[in-house]
Design a protein around this ligand. Sequence first.
Ligand code: 2HA
Ligand code: ZN
Length: 269
Amino acid sequence: MNSILDNRPALAQQIAEVAEVAGYLWQKGWAERNGGNITINITDIVDDEIRHLPAIGNKIPIGRTFPLLKSSYFFCKGTNKRMRDLARKPMEHGSIIRISDDGASYAIIADQPVKPTSEIASHLSMHNYLISKGSNYKAALHTHPIDLIAMTHNDAFLAKDVLSNLLWSMIPETRAFCPRGLGIVPYSLPSSFELADATIRELEEYDVVMWEKHGVCAVGENIMEAFDMIDTLSKSAQIYLTAKSMGFEPDGMSAAQMNELKIAFNLPK
Ligand code: 2HA
Ligand code: ZN
């Protein structure tokens, strides 16, 4: 079967990276059943032929208008599709959509009629927000890491920047490579605009946001970067939990050591 990826190396490369990350999510145990979703803004690498591709099926209303997403293009994991399947056959478990020229609906254009992720509201909200800030970020990732979600089941970790500072202090890597830290979104119904709105409020300050008792969301220039930030945070969470299971509270790096890193790496916070 023909694919929109045929003879489009730039697009094929993006989708190959999505598939690679989808495989990591499954291997890490962060992607039970259809858990998690990925969207990539591919508008910059879309050509005229793609712009003229007919829609497969009807226009689907988004439920909200996204003015900055008018006529833009996204690769989206399919709703009810499994990450482990996306890893092997990304164009059978995900699809490419075109947002309408009024920014209020979308249509699937390739390869198959795979309806996008149930979290389309929060993903499109994040992409619209990123464009409004002049950001060059193109990737949004949502996944269910066991260790980080477990920590959101304790109120003490939900106060502003408590979890950020704790996880930063576990290992220099996390301080350096997740430099804006971790925002917290109080529990909201999955797939809701309430969840979407709370998420973009946190993106003002953070590139990675916890959804209380549900999962984590990250945005980045590309999918690998979004994955790496969650991976370093999860590593820190595991170090914390390992110390606790050995029966002690980990010391964490000192404020002076954290500040030394901030200066050495020219970190934004
Ligand atoms: O796509 O993770 O939040 C399944 C989910 C919903
Ligand atoms: Zn989820």
